[in-house]
Ligand binder design. Sequence first.
Ligand code: HEC
Length: 105
Amino acid sequence: MVQKSAIKFWIVVLLVFFCSWGLAQTPFTAEQGKELYDNYCQACHGEDMVNPGAVSYDLRKFPKDGKSRFLESVNNGKNGMPSWKGVIALDDMERLWLYVLTKGK
Ligand code: HEC
């Protein structure tokens, strides 16, 4: 017969395991992306991605399936757009991408 204390022991082990697993995962959210956007991108791309003029790209129109193009352009820059390599961490670019997917809503 299995000892009750052994069952308790394994329940605790599992709880600790799942809790630490949850902590280790840093969730990427569009809200974090918006903060980064406000700091780095808003000046050219406009508040809430509403384009202030015709100069910079309207990010609300960026194709949803264009993640690799997004990362490529943000990393290396494009024409009037500076390169963000070394300025913005890759993880933060992922967050920015989540924000762009919301189309500013
Ligand atoms: C100094 C002004 C400026 C800033 C700051 C800026 N951009 Fe841009 N961005 C531009 C311009 C200008 C273009 C249009 C480039 C072109 O296609 O000629 C552009 C284009 C883009 C594009 C479209 C690229 C493509 O593949 O067509 C993306 C995506 C983009 N910007 C993302 C960002 C993000 C994310 C940030 C913040 C980290 C940012 N930009 C900050 C000026 C800026």
